[in-house]
Design a protein around this ligand. Structure first.
Ligand SMILES: Cc1ncc(COP(=O)(O)O)c(C=O)c1O
Length: 342
């Protein structure tokens, strides 16, 4: 039986065309600024996001850590959603390395609003930690930020002299799903990271964008934390290929996610918030069944997914064709709910 991997959009493998671009990449020592392919990826990224400069980094986590280190830093507070990746999945780097204190805000669907954030901004006083940054994640759990919310957060940050970092691991999904230009989204953040290794299908790498002054500092911090790379143009070439070929097709992943969500709704045993399936991520649960059991039942039917507590996550991706998705939907439909109690 064929197995379909929907655990994440990070599981995709580079296509032959992407591998060809990698094999043919011109390279040099990037620590000496001499890798033409990395230089090209950084210039393309900055231009696309409407930022002055960009830096190729090893991962989304590194792309989030560097701005936390530079624009927030030791003893400062960073306001972010309680479910944000920087709090939940980055090994505490925001505190352990950047020295910041996360102020975790809970709000519906992972989306922060200026009015929800404002009460958490500390007044300036000698005995209080300074609020330095607001960090937003777009998409968060596959849900897109309304552009107006980002604009309001920007205005709030400006009023209080705060920096805004946008964790845009999947921001191209947001741009494609909402039809808002990526530069319009990025305009609301001082710094923004996007991942090449998720929906865009590259094997590695993220890009951090910001002002020229910020990126010069970021290059030094990247080196300090061991992220200076040499002939990594061979990897950056995959990123260029991804930016040139794999953005518009994200719409297909989003359509696929909706089809799976609808198939889950039809089963009667799955609880899905259909309207929250805005991009390539589907969350669902099965009443009274532990997540681990649901993951194992779907897995035994050849559909790999991931579970956290009672919540199951499926992520559509580049490696799954429309035929694959149709088969996934058939397999979901064929599951006998008795399998959950055996
Ligand atoms: C929203 C978000 N931000 C950041 C990251 C970190 O990316 P990486 O795994 O490349 O460090 C991820 C990874 O899944 C993510 O989902």
């Amino acid at each position: 039986m064929k197995t379909y991997d929907l655990r994440s959009d990070t599981v995709t493998k580079p296509t032959p065309a992407m591998r060809k671009a990698m094999a043919e990449a011109e390279v040099g020592d990037d620590v000496y600024f001499e890798d033409p392919t990395i230089n090209k990826l950084e210039a393309m990224s900055a231009q696309r996001l409407g930022k002055e400069a960009a830096l190729y980094v090893t991962s989304g986590s590194m792309g989030n850590l560097i701005p936390l280190f530079i624009n927030a830093g030791r003893g400062t507070e960073v306001i972010t959603h309680a479910n944000s990746h920087i709090i939940q999945h980055e090994v505490g780097a925001m505190s352990a390395i950047a020295g910041t204190l996360p102020i975790a805000v809970d709000s519906p669907r992972g989306l922060l609003e200026a009015k929800t954030i404002e009460p958490y901004i500390k007044p300036v006083a000698y005995d209080l930690a300074r609020t330095a940054m607001i960090e937003v994640e777009n998409t968060i759990g596959g849900i897109c930020y309304p552009l107006q919310s980002l604009k309001d957060i920007r205005s709030l940050a400006d009023r209080y002299g705060l920096k805004v970092h946008l964790d845009g691991a999947r921001v191209f999904n947001a741009a494609v799903a909402t039809g808002v230009d990526i530069a319009e989204i990025a305009a609301n953040a001082d710094t923004m990271t996007f991942c090449l290794s998720k929906g865009l299908g590259a094997p590695v790498g993220s890009v951090l964008c910001g002002s020229k002054e910020f990126i010069a500092k970021a290059r030094a911090v990247r080196k300090m934390i061991g992220g200076g790379m040499r002939q990594a143009g061979i990897l950056a070439a995959a990123g260029i290929y991804a930016l040139e070929h794999n953005i518009d097709r994200l719409a297909q992943d989003h359509d696929h996610a909706k089809l799976i969500a609808q198939a889950l709704v039809k089963t009667g045993w799955a609880r899905v918030a259909l309207t929250d399936v805005e991009t390539n991520i589907i969350f669902f649960s099965v009443a009274g069944v532990p997540g681990k059991k649901v993951v194992s039942v779907l897995g035994s039917n050849g559909v790999l997914c991931s579970g956290d507590g009672d919540t199951i996550r499926l992520v559509t991706n580049l490696d799954l064709s429309s035929e694959d998705i149709a088969d996934v939907c058939r397999r979901i439909d064929a599951i006998d709910p008795k399998e959950f109690v055996q």
